[in-house]
Each structure stands twice: as C-alpha cells, then as structure tokens.
Unconditional design. Structure first.
Length: 119
C-alpha cells in the first residue's frame, strides 16, 4: 500500500513538472504602456530560469521594421529576466515586442506585446 501511494505521489509531481512552462510575469516597459521617453532596454521576467541560447526578442517600430537592438542576455542577478538593450532613441509611435523563451524545463513559449512612446 505504501509503495502504491509513493508511486501515485511521484506521478502526480512529475505530471505537474511536465506541464510547467516559463510564463511572463513582468515586463519593462509594461504591455500597453504609454511612455514620455523611449526605454534604453526591454526586460521581461519569467516564472522560471531561461536557457539564453534559445531565448530572445525582436522589437518592431511604428513602420514595422526592426529596431536596432543588442544581443539578448539574462540579468546577472536573476536568470529569469531576459534583457535586450536598444541601440537607438525610440521616436514617437507604437512598438511591438516579439519574444521567445525556453525555460530550464526545456519548454518553448513565445508571445508579443506593444507599448507606445508619446509624441
């Protein structure tokens, strides 16, 4: 009986892990934010650590073209935070952040959000 209970608990725990995915928990700038000044970097915090080599983001400007951005990195103090520096001052308009991430659990997720720089 004890062995059956142990097997059931192990299966339940492994099922929870199998369905876990890195989930965005924070973003700077926030989705739908209206900023007076464009940011110098984009930061997205996730629910679990990320595998940097498989994670990144692209930023499209108001004209739909890619914004000059640096190489994605993880925050040295927190491997759950993906950081991309921007190499240009953002002009007024709406920007689209497209991100993709692979968590420590090897699950791939992706998404997008927008923010605006006010005139």
């Amino acid at each position: 009986m004890k062995r059956s209970l142990l097997v059931a608990v192990m299966l339940a725990c492994s099922a929870g892990v199998a369905f876990a995915h890195p989930v965005p928990k924070s973003a700077d700038p926030r989705p739908n934010a209206v900023l007076k000044v464009g940011p110098s970097q984009i930061r997205i915090g996730f629910s679990e650590g990320l595998v940097l080599v498989f994670s990144g983001m692209e930023i499209d400007g108001p004209d739909g073209k890619a914004v000059a951005a640096g190489t994605a990195s993880l925050d040295p103090a927190d491997n759950k935070v993906l950081v991309v520096p921007l190499h240009v001052k953002l002009a007024p308009g709406t920007y689209l952040v497209k991100w993709h991430a692979v968590g420590d659990d090897t699950h791939h997720v992706s998404g997008h959000y927008s923010f605006q720089v006010a005139p």
